[in-house]
Design a protein around this ligand. Structure first.
Ligand code: ATP
Ligand code: MG
Length: 342
């Protein structure tokens, strides 16, 4: 249903773009001279490869998750698939259509829920939906009929004539989903749909998304929440620095997690020397040191903790804090990216 092949996106460095306009005040000097140069040469210092040869395949009817730390390229991927961003190179297809060459046809088949709700704040709730319907060639009566049905479905039917700003964050998010569904697309893209929602609103939105999935729609969602990805998605892609690191069902990914429990130690003193000693602890397969923070991979779970504390003290340092993470999607993510998700 969705495929990307060797997708690349290079953004010109913000500094280059600023520099382009900063050489003088005459109108001619504000032409972005250096920005295209940076775009032509991805290796030009400072330009950002947001996507670096990304290959993805999403099947029809699948609930697919994109997981990655800040700046991984998730929004850029969604932007290209939804025809809002042009790829620098590579190809992307939605429902067999090339997103670059057949963008109008692609837009008819997809619904998009952006990272930040972007309703027209000058219009009320149902007017937002009617306006969107008009864009897709629906008559006003039909758009309002469909719009009301969706608002009822998402339990904000009583807000139809309210100003958008009178809706809570969760209600605005549901309005965005209603808008994305108005033209009855088979494919829906959601970029971090539950960020900023309280736990109750998040669970309510999960129910909405599960229902859309049951209706057989293809859903692509980005999220920072491991549990959300785990519970909702059929398959997950873990991306970082514009590259695909792993792609599988949540269960298969969990099974791929390193067997080790991660023990994070905040150390006061010579962390490098402490790391050396910790590497000798029985059952510890690996120790990474980043500044004063040590991360030990323990094959014996938390049992290694007393020996690790002694090893740090033997190196003349002290343990300030300890945190333990059992093997999970989270620890797989950390082992692949070196970073936590949030
Ligand atoms: N319009 C832009 N101009 C320049 N650089 C950009 C632009 N949009 C994104 N980038 C850069 O591209 C990289 C990927 O950004 P993107 O927004 O796709 O990441 P993301 O995975 O969605 O991150 P987040 O989790 O923070 O939303 C980042 O380094 C970002 O700074
Ligand atoms: Mg993003």
């Amino acid at each position: 249903m969705i495929e990307t092949r060797q997708l690349r996106k290079v953004y010109a460095a913000p500094a280059a773009r600023r520099g382009a306009g900063a050489h003088g005040t005459s109108p001619r000097s504000t032409l972005p001279v250096s920005a295209p140069a940076a775009a032509r040469n991805p290796r030009a210092s400072g330009s950002i490869a947001a996507l670096d040869g990304l290959d993805l395949q999403v099947r029809e009817g699948e609930f697919f998750g994109l997981l990655g730390p800040n700046g991984a390229g998730k929004t850029t991927t969604i932007g290209i698939l939804t025809t809002r961003v042009r790829a620098t190179s590579g190809e992307a297809f939605v429902a067999g259509l090339d997103v670059a060459a057949q963008d109008v046809a692609v837009r008819r088949r997809i619904g998009v829920v952006p990272q930040r709700p972007n309703p027209d704040r000058g219009l009320n709730v149902i007017e937002n939906l009617a306006f969107h319907g008009a864009y897709f060639g629906l008559g006003q009566a039909e758009a309002e009929r469909r719009g009301m049905a969706l608002l009822e479905k998402f339990e904000i039917g009583d807000k139809a004539t309210s100003k958008v700003d009178e809706l809570s964050g969760g209600q605005q998010q549901r309005l965005m989903i209603a808008r994305a569904l108005l033209h009855e697309p088979r494919v829906i893209f959601l970029d971090e749909p539950t960020v900023g929602l309280d736990p109750q609103a998040r669970l309510a939105l999960w129910d909405v998304l599960r229902a859309l999935h049951r209706e057989g729609r293809t859903i692509v969602m980005t999220t920072h929440y491991m549990q959300e990805a785990d519970e909702l998605c059929d398959r997950l892609a873990i991306v970082d620095r514009g590259k695909l690191l792993a792609c599988d069902t949540p269960a298969a990914l969990r099974a791929q997690a390193p067997g080790a429990t991660l023990i994070d130690l905040a150390v006061d003193g010579d962390a490098a020397a402490a790391a050396e000693r910790c590497r000798l602890v029985d059952g510890v397969s690996r120790v990474d040191a980043t500044g004063p923070d040590l991360r030990a991979h323990s094959e014996r779970g938390g049992e290694a903790i007393p020996a690790l504390i002694r090893a740090v003290e033997d190196a003349g340092a002290r343990v300030q804090n300890i945190n333990l993470s059992k093997p999970s999607l989270e620890t797989l993510f950390i082992s692949l990216t070196g970073r936590k998700l949030d």
